[in-house]
Design a protein around this ligand. Structure first.
Ligand code: ZN
Length: 273
């Protein structure tokens, strides 16, 4: 097995007691790379430190839409400087969250912060990791519509390799139409633990229609543990449960899915084979 976890919050304090063992278990279970995204300037710095001290770990830097309290010229500048690090392979996670944020002004600020970070990603030529969550976790709503509008405006102005592979919609939870629009813009679709849940037939129906060369697998640990660990702390070693489920959905072997999704991640994040 040759697996990649393209989204894992290894800097979270839930991993403080045993982070080194978590990374060791990941390596032992066949993971070749783990990508740690930032949530704000401090966690972006932690992600870069983890990448510096662990050969298979890479980082992304940025401000998550529910973590904009400290977004300022100064903290954004810190993130911009971190982005120069050779192991920073993306800008993220950035995006829209209308589940936790309901006030119109705060939603408008999310869109502004997203636009500025997209502009920065364009300047440094790095792909973006997009978080998108609808009010009440609906399949379709204002977050999808607003997000796709902003991404389309950004993507159509891109040139060079970034236009072909602008980023990933991480832990995708939208409907098929939103997925298809994202694919048209060149985005990858990130699949997490909920695809393994018993009641996720509709989600599996959507994943079945995503071309295999556009799927990334991710744990989003410590959250969203797959079956049979649902409700427990998630960790990168569990990513094979997601690969197994995608193998079932797409009628392939788990090893094939591991190989394909690892190659997809290498293409998007340009970190070598
Ligand atoms: Zn995340």
């Amino acid at each position: 097995m040759n697996l990649t976890d393209t989204h894992c919050h290894l800097d979270y304090n839930k991993f403080d007691p045993d982070r080194a063992e978590v990374i060791r278990r990941a390596t032992d279970s066949g993971l070749v790379r783990i990508l740690v995204p930032g949530l704000h300037h401090r966690s972006s710095k932690e992600a870069v430190l983890l990448a510096e001290t662990n050969s298979g770990v890479y980082a992304a830097v940025g401000f998550h839409p529910t973590d904009l309290q400290e977004f300022s010229e100064e903290t954004f500048q810190e993130v911009k400087e971190l982005a120069r690090h050779p192991k920073v392979v993306a800008i993220g996670e950035i995006g829209m969250d209308y589940y936790w944020v309901k006030e119109p002004e705060r939603r408008a600020f999310q869109r502004e912060a997203l636009r500025r970070q997209l502009q920065f990603a364009k300047e440094v030529g790095k792909p973006v990791i997009i978080h998108m969550r609808e009010e009440n976790d609906a399949w379709l709503g204002e977050a999808s519509v607003d997000l796709l509008g902003i991404l389309e405006e950004w993507q159509t102005a891109l040139q060079g390799p970034l236009a072909e592979k602008p980023g990933v919609l991480h832990s995708f939870n939208g409907n098929l139409e939103t997925a298809q629009k994202a694919l048209e813009l060149g985005f990858y679709i990130g699949v997490t633990g909920p695809v393994t849940y018993k009641n996720a037939e509709e989600k599996r129906g959507i994943i079945r229609q995503i071309p295999l060369d556009k799927i990334l697998i991710e744990t989003d640990a410590p959250f969203l543990a797959p079956v049979p660990f649902r409700g427990k702390r998630n960790e990168p070693a569990f990513v094979h449960h997601i690969a197994d489920k995608i193998a079932e959905i797409h009628s392939k072997s788990p090893a094939e899915i591991a190989g394909i999704t690892t190659a997809n991640a290498a293409r998007l994040f340009a970190w070598g084979d």
